[in-house]
Design a protein around this ligand. Structure first.
Ligand SMILES: [Mg+2]
Length: 194
């Protein structure tokens, strides 16, 4: 893959169990609560020059449990909570596909993690360098989406959907206790200048 110096590095962030507390089939803005350290992590990463892009699987929409407008209301609430703490995300991508497999490692849809589609689309839209970018999430499907997109590395969080079964995956670069720990790990690995 060609490395274009004008392309920006990104950190791709899972939503549920990473930026906000994991709630099974979250369908209401009232259920949105930030994970500890989320705002600080975003601020640290953006100060260091990383574009922060949320990539989230939202099969609740495909299942007919939530409209796209309802999903946007949830994201508005998340961004409102972040802004009260002086933080923001740069962009949000979501996939509405409903999986038929329970295997989190199987790419069933290009756009649904572990498929790389959302990350590739964001890279195209926002001028991002995938080889300079990282993925943070609490599921093996997050780690694999980053790897399938050609990211530099990944941090798997020991929150939310994390399980010990994930530890046998060679694509995990680092295990982190939470999103802030992951951000600090990435910053230690990267001495980037924009
Ligand atoms: Mg998650």
């Amino acid at each position: 893959m060609q490395i274009n110096s004008h392309l920006r590095p990104a950190v791709f962030l899972d939503r549920d169990g990473t930026l906000i507390k994991h709630v099974h089939h979250l369908c209401s803005p009232e259920q949105v609560a930030l994970e500890q350290g989320a705002s600080e992590a975003l601020c640290l990463l953006q100060e260091a020059g990383f574009v922060c892009v949320v990539v989230t699987n939202q099969s609740v929409v495909g299942r007919g449990m939530l409209s796209v407008e309802g999903l946007k209301a949830i994201h508005d609430k998340m961004e409102q909570l972040l802004s009260t703490q002086g933080a923001r995300v740069d962009s949000i991508y979501f996939s509405t596909h409903v999986p038929h497999t329970s295997d989190l490692r199987e790419v069933e849809y290009f756009d649904r993690k572990p498929g790389p589609g959302m990350l590739l689309r964001a890279a195209q839209d926002l001028g991002l360098s995938l080889v300079k970018s990282w993925m943070i999430g609490d599921s093996i499907s997050d780690v694999l989406a980053g790897a399938n997109a050609g990211c530099k590395g990944s941090c798997l969080l020991k929150t939310g959907l994390y399980s010990l079964e994930c530890q046998d995956c060679s694509q995990i670069s680092f295990l982190a206790s939470d999103i802030l720990d992951a951000a600090q790990i990435i910053l230690r690995q990267d001495s980037i200048s924009i």
